[in-house]
Write a protein that binds this ligand. Sequence first.
Ligand code: SF4
Length: 258
Amino acid sequence: MAQQTQVSRVVLYYRQWLKKFPSFSVLANAAPSDVLREWSGLGYNNRALRFHQLAQLVSSQFHSRLPQTPDELQQFPGIGKYTAHAVACFAFNAHVPVVDVNIRRILTRHSKKISSVSEMLSDVDAWKFAEQALPKRNAYDWNQALMDLGGMICTARNPNCAECPVNSTCASAFSKTFLQRSVVKKRQEPSWKGIPRRIYRGKVLKLLHFHSLSAEAIAGLLWSTYGSKDIAWLSDVLDTMVRNGLLTMVKKKYSIVL
Ligand code: SF4
C-alpha cells in the first residue's frame, strides 16, 4: 500500500483492510470486486489485484505463510527486488541489503563525484555496492539509517553535506555545483481536461462498484458535457483497465471484475 502512496493516507486503509482480510486465506477467498472495493481511494488499483493473486498463491502453495527469503518472495506477482529485500529485512530480520531510490542516490553520490542531481548508479552497480557496504551485523538498523539519511540529509535537490555523517568519505560531499548546473524536469502526468488519468481510473471503479455501464453512460456521469474526442479518450482508458484485469466488458458495458 505504501508504494507510491503516502503513509499518512495508507494508515486508515491498512487498519480497515486488516479487519476485512485478517489472513492470507481470507483475502485469497474474497472476490476481486470486494478486494477492489476495499482498495478504492488508494489508487494504482493493479496493486490490489496483484496482492490478491499473491494471497491465493501463499494460501494454496505455502500453507498461508509468506516465504521469508528475497529469492522466494520475488516469485510472487507484484514483488520486485526492492520489495523482496525490504520485506525479508524489515519483516523477517534477514541480513540483506535494500536499495530504494533514496539509498541508490546516497550510494551514487558516495561512490563518485556526480555531475547532475539525477545521476544514479545502474541497478546492477547499486545492488553490488549495497552488498559490499552492508555491515556484518544489524542490517535492519543499517537499511533504516540509510533510508533516513536519504529522506532527511542527502535529499535529491538539497543535500545537507555539513550535517551528513559520511561527509568525510563521500566523493560528492560539498560539491554543490552539480545542483546549479542541472534542472530536473518533472514528469508530466497523463491527464484529460486538466485531471490526471489515475483520478479518472479511481472514479470509474467507484461508478462501476454496483453497476455495469457503457462508455457513454460513464462519460455522462463524469462530465456535464462531452464530445466524441472525450468518448474516444475514455474508451481507451476503459480498454486499458480491461487489459489490466480491473474491468470486464460484455456487450459494450463495462463492469468491475468479479
Ligand atoms: S556528503 Fe553530501 S552528497 Fe555525500 S552522502 Fe552526505 S549529504 Fe549526500
